[in-house]
Design a protein around this ligand. Structure first.
Ligand code: SIN
Length: 486
């Protein structure tokens, strides 16, 4: 009998993959992922990893920048952990063989991004950072049972004398069969909720699933009003993120009248925190203007941003006139966890974007998210390894065939349209109330056996949480900007 702890990790972005990598030597690890292994936001992350490793930089300075960007709402302890331990975790990654971009003298090349007071972002392959880091971590997989195209539809929970306990998951496999898998520990690392919005920078697999799974199982969610919008998504039929690092390298925002409208709006101008820049762009658009990024002043553009340069070329877009629009990017709220990733349900952990450690406060600082994945995946793994076992033995078994579902849900287009205008960059109380009324028509407690319907139910459930939290907070804070009825 294998006496190792059975661990299920749900999600194959950096948070999930790194957790699995840490545990593979000591545990029986199954990694379930909704698409293929690289279908994750981490693989799309262009901006790199922020860490106070540059000469003249300090943990205090990185902490202060993160705190300010987050509206002074960060959990100080967890933010300190992120910044302090993050330096070591980046060094560990380098010792394991990960190659970051370097200067001619061999020193790390540090980039600048929004709301950072000094260059401190390491990149790999220019704007391919997330892809390179994720590939690197997954290249270390040796002893992990990876199941791709596995859509987790339910966390299995039982009542014990110590309270509710998670003991496995139900999922739909590639052939759409319902399966269950039992485990000692379940780690959710499903990312955020980009698909809720028409314009978003996320992988199309990122659909609020983890929040909905956790909520239905009885886990606590918090800070659901804090959705971060990135100022610059390429406005095109094939939209891609235009990294903040491009503005860090000298690009400027300009409207169709030729005005550099971020001038005098903030001391960092185009590199002000994302919520501020996104709102200013939205105001320009509301005035009927188009907004562009003028990247003509960026030196070595093709070398520093090979992915973006290629996409601009494919779309026949000039570098001095890149059409952009703000887009949903990151979620600061999520499953309430402590600094080891433990949720309020026994044996359930959450890590990465789906988790709320509150390290990011009300608005995450650029390039702190891959850092979060590195730091908190290690902490989750260490905590699991410190736990005593009460084995749940069984493996995968098919339990029943797929049924056609009768559950009534709105279409994705309806959800996206309503979410974009009600729980977007600028919220209004009356619109929030209308959206809430509309959402309340749909039942999200029954779990459909159709993946597509289940995804829509998840979006509805989470939209309701965002609406409720947004209505509760009547003053603006960080990424939550609300105009109150008069
Ligand atoms: C970007 O490259 O602008 C995004 C980086 C991040 O979200 O941290």
């Amino acid at each position: 009998m294998d006496n190792r702890a059975k661990v299920i990790v749900v999600g194959s972005g950096l948070a999930g993959s790194r957790t699995a990598q840490f545990l593979q030597e000591y545990c029986d690890v199954t990694l379930l992922t909704k698409g293929e292994l690289m279908d994750a936001n981490s693989a799309l992350a262009q901006g790199g990893i922020a860490a106070a490793l540059n000469t003249g930089d300090s943990v205090n300075s990185h902490f202060a920048d993160s705190m300010l960007a987050g509206g002074n709402e960060s959990d100080k302890n967890n933010l300190k952990i992120l910044i302090r331990e993050g330096r070591k975790d980046v060094k560990t990654l380098i010792q394991e063989g990960m190659e970051f971009d370097r200067n001619a003298d061999g020193s790390l090349n540090f980039g600048l991004e929004g709301a950072h007071s000094t260059p401190r972002i390491v990149h790999a392959g220019g704007d391919f950072t997330g892809k390179k880091v994720l590939e690197f971590v997954q290249s270390k997989f040796q002893n992990i049972r990876v199941i791709t195209n596995a859509f987790v539809s339910e966390l299995l929970v039982r009542n014990t004398k110590n309270g509710s306990e998670v003991y496995g998951v139900r999922f739909l496999d590639k052939q759409n069969r319902e399966m269950i898998q039992i485990a000692d520990f379940v780690v959710i690392a499903t990312g955020g909720l980009g698909k809720m919005y028409k314009f978003n920078t996320n992988s199309s697999t990122v659909c609020a699933d983890g929040f909905a799974l956790a909520k239905r199982a009885g886990a606590k969610l918090r800070d659901m009003e804090f959705v971060q919008f990135h100022p610059t998504l390429l406005k095109s039929t094939t939209p891609i993120l235009i990294s903040e690092a491009v503005r860090g390298a000298g690009a400027k925002l300009v409207n169709s009248d030729g005005d550099y409208f971020m001038k005098n709006k903030h001391k960092y101008e185009d590199l002000a925190p994302r919520d501020i820049v996104s709102r200013e762009i939205t105001r320009e658009i509301t005035l009927g203007k188009d907004v562009f990024l003028d990247a003509s002043a960026c030196a070595n553009f093709e070398k520093r941003f090979p992915f973006i340069a290629q996409k601009l070329k494919e779309n026949d877009i000039r570098r001095d006139r890149i059409p952009i629009i703000p887009a949903a990017h990151f979620f600061m709220g999520g499953v309430t966890v402590d600094s080891t990733g433990r949720s309020n349900l026994r044996n359930l952990y959450a890590v990465g974007e789906v988790a709320s450690t509150r390290a990011h406060g009300a608005n995450r600082l650029a390039s702190n998210s891959l850092l979060e994945c590195l730091v908190f995946s290690r902490r989750v793994a260490q905590d699991i390894l410190s736990r005593k076992l009460n084995h749940n033995p069984e493996q995968i078994e098919a339990i029943r065939a797929t049924e056609t579902s009768q559950i009534h849900v709105p279409s994705l287009m309806q959800i996206q349209e309503k979410a974009s205008c009600s729980i977007g960059i600028i919220k209004k109380q009356a619109k929030l109330r209308d959206f809430m009324n509309w959402l309340s028509k749909f039942d999200t407690q029954k779990i459909s056996t159709s993946k597509e319907i289940n995804e829509l139910e998840n979006l509805v459930l989470v939209a309701r949480e965002i609406c409720a939290a947004s209505l509760k907070r009547s003053t603006s804070l960080g990424a939550h900007y609300i105009e109150v009825d008069v």
